[in-house]
Design a protein around this ligand. Structure first.
Ligand SMILES: [Zn+2]
Length: 561
């Protein structure tokens, strides 16, 4: 007996038990008919129609069967051939940072220095009262040497301190006034895990890598709670419009968690799975405090379940930890010794936490996997579903370790986006051998790993359709390079959908509740303007989200739907 027949039989039985009431038990509140439903379920991925009752999916199946579940008061949605998919789940983003990026000085897509300079000047002119000019999003490719200098920024912002952070959040660019206020001089020592970049004469150039960013960053005025909350409300509405029903917050402090909780109460349009900031020394006190948060935030709207730490940095700044030197030198900076990392991971593993580790270089990824393997062995634990975040440049031989150790491969669909930064800085910094195994999503799938897709918003947009387009075509929206960058790693649309739904649900231990569309699962779903599964890949990017439904309630509806 198929699942569909079972559900319908159960509905019929319930109806007969209720007598000949006009509102049959099992009647749907809403049905979606006349289109295609990609359920994400193995064995039954595509059906014609779907019924919702209350907060959950009542049934999926052929139009005729689903229509039988409608009655007086049932809302009938005629899909007219459009596609329904499970609500998208972003496996890695920064909700507050992303939300703030909607209002801040953003330098994304400023591919040349001229465009970037104009944007900084325009923002400064439009905000004469801002004490600081600070913003984010510049790419290394906008500078001839791959890195900016304070002199360039002095010319753009002469009268105020300015501090601009790179798109990946790992490198800061200060002007001379900001350096002066922070007392950063030729005599300033590099802080642990950071670099004050200097010119040939030993003077700071204005570039601050990794932990050195704090030298200036700590002076940038902090936003007030009401300013953050206003941004967060806007951000939640925005991600709902992108078709997201759940997101994984990659690291957060207690204060921002409280803010997030308050805001989600006021704007209940999203489910958030939270990784707290990982502590380097998870003492009994630290674990007790974090456990209290885990107990307090345990609803399907806001759930704390993981901690997130960093093993290394990023490729472009040559801070991701590599076995072999970068083109241009250096092997990166792991922020732990293996022993320190093993100890912290084992303590969290023992206390029942999922541990998510940012690891990008092949050496950093090996360190993270090793810590997970050793932690499980030492504690005799299984099924923690620890996660490596980004895993951009793994050794090919390390890929099977993900499946073997049950470690989640948390990647970001837009990371291989082949813009100038990617082709002119990222790829040459790695060199050809490593570039070929970088961001190899197909190889990760082929190794049997669970691979949730995220955006790392605000590093890249959290617009899921853009992420799917990138993973499937490996080109820019303009279609370059022809055929895609490293085309052997292109994914099918089904695989990309699975990574943004089912795999991401699994990565937060929630596959029983969401990630696919099946009877009894949460009615988290999206209606898309075109059928991703049949259109040519180059048209995916033009797909619109027409409707987003969270637990049966609309969180976004396009005007023309
Ligand atoms: Zn991140």
């Amino acid at each position: 007996m198929t699942r569909r027949v079972r559900v319908l039989a159960a509905a019929a039985l319930a109806a007969s038990l209720a007598g000949a009431a006009p509102e049959r038990a099992g009647q749907a509140d809403r049905i979606f008919v006349g289109g295609r439903v990609w359920t994400g379920e193995t064995g039954r991925p595509l059906v014609e129609a779907l019924a919702v009752r209350g907060t959950t999916v009542l049934a999926v199946g052929p139009n005729a069967d689903i229509r039988k579940l409608s009655g007086k008061g049932t809302d009938v949605v005629d899909l007219r051939g459009r596609l329904v998919v499970p609500g998208f789940i972003d496996g890695h983003l920064h909700l507050l940072g992303g939300s703030l990026s909607l209002e801040e000085l953003r330098l994304d897509d400023a591919e040349t220095f001229a465009v970037l300079a104009q944007r900084v000047k325009d923002w400064a002119a439009a905000h004469p009262d801002a004490h600081w000019v600070n913003g984010e999003g510049w790419t290394y490719a906008a500078f001839p040497d791959g890195l900016p200098s304070r002199l360039q920024l002095d010319a753009l912002v002469p009268g105020r301190p300015a501090f601009l952070v790179s798109y990946d959040g790992h490198t800061g660019w200060a002007n001379s006034m900001a350096l002066r206020l922070a007392s950063v001089t030729r005599d300033t020592a590099d802080p642990p895990g950071g670099v004050v970049v200097r010119d040939a004469k030993g003077e700071p150039t204005g570039v601050l890598k990794e932990n050195a960013m704090d030298l200036v960053g700590r002076l940038v005025p902090k936003l007030l709670p009401h300013e953050k909350e206003r941004a967060l409300r806007k951000g939640i509405a925005q991600v709902a419009a992108w078709g997201l029903t759940s997101v994984h917050q990659a690291g957060i402090g207690e204060e921002d968690l409280e803010l997030l909780s308050r805001t989600l109460d006021a704007v209940p349009r999203l489910r958030v799975y939270v990784a707290l900031d990982m502590e380097r020394e998870p003492t009994a006190d630290v674990l007790a405090r974090q456990d209290e948060l885990r107990r307090r935030f345990a609803s399907d709207r806001l759930r704390v379940g993981a901690v997130k730490g960093y093993v290394d940095g990023v490729v472009e700044a040559r801070t991701a930890a590599m076995f072999e030197p970068y083109v241009g030198g250096g092997t990166g900076l792991p922020s732990w010794t293996q022993e320190e990392l093993d100890r912290a991971v084992a303590a969290y593993d023992k206390a029942g936490w999922q541990v998510a580790l940012h690891a990008i270089g092949d050496r950093g990824i090996d360190m993270a996997l090793t810590a997970f393997e050793r932690g499980a062995r030492a504690n005799g634990t299984t099924g923690r579903r620890h996660r490596v975040e980004h895993l951009e440049v793994p050794r090919t031989a390390d890929l099977p370790r993900f499946k073997a150790a049950g470690v989640i491969a948390s990647t970001q669909a837009m990371f291989p986006y082949p813009n100038r930064n990617h082709l002119d800085v990222y790829v040459p910094t790695l060199g050809p051998e490593r570039a070929r195994r970088a961001l190899a999503f197909k190889a990760i799938d082929d190794a049997g790993a669970v691979q949730p897709f995220g955006s790392d918003w605000p590093v890249f947009t959290a617009e899921v359709v853009r992420g799917i387009a990138c993973a499937v075509t490996r080109t820019t929206v303009e279609g370059t390079p022809a055929g895609g960058w490293e085309p052997s790693q292109r994914l099918t649309v089904e695989a990309a959908l699975r990574h943004f739904t089912r795999d991401a649900a699994f990565a937060e231990h929630a596959e029983a509740q969401k990630g696919t569309l099946a009877p009894g699962k949460l009615a988290d779903l999206v209606v898309l303007s075109q059928d991703l599964l049949t259109i040519p890949p180059e048209r995916i990017k033009d797909t619109k989200v027409l409707l987003t439904v969270l637990g049966g309630q609309d969180t976004w509806r396009a005007k023309d739907f």
